[in-house]
Design a protein around this ligand. Sequence first.
Ligand code: NAD
Length: 500
Amino acid sequence: MSAQRRPESRADWQALADSLTLECRAFIDGDFGAAASGDTFATRNPATGEILAQVASCDAPDAERAVAAAQAAFESGVWSRLAPGKRKKALLKLADLMEAHKHELALLDTLDMGKPVTSAQGDTAGAIACLRYNAESIDKVYGEVAPTGEESLALVLREPLGVVASIVPWNFPLMMTAWKIAPALAAGNSVILKPSEKSPLSALRLAQLAREAGLPRGVFQVLPGFGHTVGKALALSMAVDCLSFTGSTATGKQLMQYAGQSNLKRVYLECGGKSPNLIFADCKDLDRVARHAAAAIFHNQGEVCIAGSRLLVENPIRDAFVDKVLAAAERMQPGDPLDPESFMGAIVDEAQHRRILDYIRRGVEEGARLRTGGEALEGRGLFIPPTVFDGVTPQMAIGREEIFGPVLAVFGFDSEEEAIAMANDSDYGLAAGLWSQDIDRIMRVTRRLHSGQVFVNNWAGGDQTVPFGGVKQSGNGRDKSMHSLQEYSELKTVWMALAP
Ligand code: NAD
C-alpha cells in the first residue's frame, strides 16, 4: 500500500487524471460485472462536457441479486456475528487504503461532478475520518442489564438490522457515502450502496478498496444506476431492512411511500434545506462575517444541503453589509475545478444548470433586486457565478424553494421577533446561523429556531463527533456521531426467568 504523491498544481492533477483507469462495473456479491441488461449510462465531466465513462446501469434484477447476496452474507454471520474488534480491524484497513488513494478519490469526485479539487480533498479527509470513528467506536458499545428483581435477568442487546440500502446524492459523493456506510457496516449490517447516477465513480473505486481490505462477499455492494430503476427496486424490496437516504425532499417522500407499500423498513432521511443565516447589527467585524456569509452559500457552487441560502440582515446595517458580501463574492468566481486555487467549480449537469438559471429568471420577474451574477459564464463547461438578490420576500420562489446553486436571497428585518419568524417560515429545518455578540440573544434565538443544527458566529462548523441532520421536511435521520451508529442497530430484549 504505497501512498500517492501529493499533486501540487493543475498540471499534476491533470496528469493524475490522465493516468486513471476507471472502474465502471457494478459490484455484486464480491465481483465486478455488467448490469444484467447490459445497459450503461454516460457520466460526464461538467467542467468540460467530456464523457468520462459508460457505467453499468443496474435495474431490478441486479437489485434482487444484490439483496439475495446481502441477506446470505448476513445470515452466514461472516460479518454480522464477527467480533466487533475484527470488524473494526477490517474497516480501519479500508480507511488506510482510502488514505493511500486519497488524491485519486478526491479527483474522481471533481471529474464526475465539478467540485474544486481542494474542496474534494477536504471531503475525502472527512470520509476517512468517518470510517475511522465508526470503526473505533464499535467495540466500545455495550448492551444493558435491566434493573429487574433477582428472579429474572433481563438483557437489552444491540443487534444489526440486516440489509441496509444506502441511496446517496451527487453533491458530496464520497463523504455522503461514508456517512451512511461507515456506521451501517460497523454495526454489522450488509450494505448495498446506490450512488447518484451523476457521480458513481468514487463509489466504484471504494468498492475495489473494500474488496482489497477483505470485506467478505455480499457485505458491501455498489449498484450504479438511476433512482427510478435500481433505487426504486431497493426501496420496494421486501428483504431490505433499512433505507438510509440523502437527497431531495421529493425523493425522501417517495421512499417513505415505498416503505409503506412493502415491508415497513426503517427509512432515515437527510433531505433538502433553505437555511437562514441571521446577522444582527451588534456582531463584530462585519467584513469577516460577510466573507463567511458569502462562503456559506457559494461553497461547492451552492450545491450544499446546508447552504446559507437565506441571508437575514438587521435593517440598520443591511446596505453596508450587502456591499461587503458582494465584495467577498467577487473573489469567489468559479474556476477550473482542477486548479487548486479555485473556490467554486462547475455545476453538476445541464439539468441543474438550467434549473438554477430558471430560478434566477423567476427572481427577476418576481421583483427581487439582482445585485451581482445572474448569467451563465460563456465557454465549454457549466459555470454560474455568485448571484445575489436583495429585497427578497418570503413569498418569492427564490426566497422559499431550495435552488441548490450559487444564489443568495437577502431579506431585511427590524426586530429579533421578526427575524425568528422569518427564519422559521420554511418547510425546511436543516441548519441555521446566527451572528451576534450578545450571549442572551444567542441563547434566546437559538432555542427558538426550528433547525437540526444552529451555527453561532460561524457557518457549517462541526466534526465527526456531533450529529448532522434536520427537522421538518429536511428529514428525520442523523449522520455522524454515536447517534448515527445507533440508528443501524436494533434492540433485542432477553428476559430470563431464574430459579429462586
Ligand atoms: P435526488 O433526490 O434527486 O437523488 C438522490 C438519490 O436518490 C440519487 O441516488 C437518486 O438516483 C436517488 N433516487 C431518485 N429518485 C429515486 C426513487 N424514486 N427511488 C429511489 N431512489 C431514487 O437528490 P440529488 O439531486 O441527488 O441531491 C440533491 C438533494 O440532496 C438536495 O435537495 C440536497 O439538499 C440534498 N442533500 C441533503 C443532505 C443532508 O444531509 N440533509 C446532504 C446532501 C444533499
